[in-house]
Write a protein that binds this ligand. Structure first.
Ligand code: C5P
Length: 476
């Protein structure tokens, strides 16, 4: 196979991308090991399609995380292993498992763990591309393998948006914006709206519910207030229902009505002395998907993938990305409904039961009530309804191993900018108790021995206190 394109990007990362493309092209049989979240599912779909198109046999497995318990899911065969959206933070585990430098490739965007073995890795993070997910890295490799793979830019955008790469900056930025989004637009399966409402559910939720469920920015009288949102739209004279009574979604109302709503929301924010910057965002739409379905925009599509992955059916998400709109899509719709209901329930549970507050962290243990794959999502959503200046730590039991506890932590960009790094806190504290974890500054997770729960929380609290102290008074 020929290398049809070389990626033009910052040297170093670019070299790693091109070298990985060449390595992959030279392999005879490949196994991809990927993560079960939206980004992992998207990254796997990109790489496995690029590899299959290069006529190299490829198979994939998904794991909820790389840890001793899940290592037995990695096939013990001679195929070349590509670890995707995981692996960077678990290199010692890969070494302990006996992998040599020639056996594996890591395609990741998580913080790397120091390791005596120098595994081949394509990781955007050390090169300063902090707003790129694993699907972004996978896409650049796929494109370096063959420029015909630019049809997969759409999938990479879904992975990046699903991994919150657009959240802080109200749109994708850096290489993801300049290369991947542009490729998607050129391929005509991606449409960019530069100044759209920064709101979830624009393809599927009635407009008043989209507005009411949004709290970033929080709009007084509308956020968390569906009836208030409905009255607000009525006062503006917006037609909210179709002639048959069906509620219209944001996508369906006229451009003029959208402008009227955005201006009125801005006025509402200004009237309450709130900043308006986060009211608008760049959003990514898929004109090749059916209207009023969650596949019409990147945010909602990513939720579909998350629902599949978190409910142990990542292959269903992968099938949808490959175009299945029949049985896989029907199954995903069912999982999405269930996913939403359980997360709503979990959110209510966290708020009702309340968190325990230490000086630098708030925590809750949900026992076996909710799966370990979704507690982090619920904790992240609960944060905006709690004291968001303090990171949240959620614990739950692990069904496969009663001696283990799953930890998820979430915080906000504002807290991260003050020097807080959950990845460091969680991975250091879990290592001290014989567990293992990783992730990002803003969202991290770990598995720890059940018997260490209380000490672990106290240790995390202490590390967070040290981090905020080290940042100095200017950052507090
Ligand atoms: O599981 P959760 O959604 O809380 O994970 C948050 C982040 O932490 C993810 O990026 C995940 O890959 C990472 N993580 C990790 N090691 C773990 C658990 C989570 O690196 N044991």
């Amino acid at each position: 196979m020929c290398m049809k394109s070389l990626i033009i990007c910052r040297m170093g990362f670019c070299d790693d991308v091109n070298a990985a493309a060449e390595t992959i092209a030279a392999e005879e049989n490949i196994t991809i090991i990927s993560h079960i979240d939206a980004d992992g599912i998207a990254a796997e779909a990109i790489l496995s399609q690029a590899i299959a198109r290069a006529e190299i046999p490829v198979q994939s497995v998904f794991v909820r995380q790389l840890e001793p318990l899940t290592m037995n899911q990695v096939p013990a065969d001679k195929s070349y292993k590509i670890f995707v959206d995981l692996g960077a933070g678990q290199q010692n585990l890969l070494e302990a498992h006996g992998f040599s430098e020639n056996d594996i490739l890591i395609v990741d965007h998580h913080v790397s763990q120091p390791c005596t073995r120098h595994y081949r890795q394509v990781n955007c993070l050390p090169y300063g591309h902090v707003k790129m997910s694993a699907a972004g890295v996978a896409y650049l490799i796929a494109k370096a393998m063959d420029t015909a793979n630019t049809d997969l830019a759409k999938t990479a955008i879904i992975g990046n948006v699903g991994d919150m790469m657009a959240r802080e900056t109200c749109g994708l930025v850096g290489l993801v914006r300049d290369i991947i989004v542009e490729d998607g637009v050129k391929h005509r399966n991606v449409e960019v709206r530069r100044r759209d409402l920064n709101c979830y559910g624009t393809a599927t939720r009635p407009v008043h519910l989209s507005l009411a469920y949004n709290d970033d920015p929080f709009i007084w009288g509308i956020s968390n207030n569906p009836e208030g949102a409905k009255q607000f739209l009525r006062r503006l004279g917006i037609r909210q229902q179709a002639p048959d009574g069906r509620w219209l979604v944001w996508e369906e109302i006229t451009v003029e009505d959208r402008r009227t709503i955005i201006s009125a929301l801005a006025e509402q924010l200004i009237a309450h002395g709130e900043p308006v910057e986060r009211l608008l965002a760049e959003t990514y739409h898929f004109p090749d998907e059916p209207v009023r379905t969650p596949l019409r925009n990147a945010q909602e599509y990513a939720t579909v993938l998350n629902a599949c992955g978190r409910w142990a059916r990542p292959q269903v998400g992968g099938a949808i990305l490959r175009g299945d709109r029949a049985s896989a899509y029907r199954e995903a719709e069912h999982m999405l409904k269930n996913h939403r209901a359980i997360i709503r329930d979990l959110l209510g549970y966290i708020i009702d039961k309340g968190v325990t507050e230490l000086e630098c962290v708030q925590y809750i243990h949900v026992g076996a009530k909710y799966p370990d794959t979704i507690v982090g999502i619920g904790a992240g959503m609960a944060l905006s309804k709690l004291n968001s200046a303090k990171p949240i730590l959620i614990m739950c039991t692990v069904p496969e191993d009663p001696n283990l506890t799953k930890i998820s932590m979430r915080t906000t960009e504002r807290v991260v900018s003050r020097g807080i790094d959950l990845q460091q806190a969680v991975s250091n504290a879990s290592a001290e108790y014989g567990g293992g974890g990783g992730g990002h500054k803003i969202a991290a997770g770990a598995y720890i021995p059940k018997c260490a729960e209380q000490e672990f929380v106290i240790r995390v609290n202490k590390i967070l206190k040290e981090q905020s102290g080290a940042a100095g008074p200017d950052h507090r």
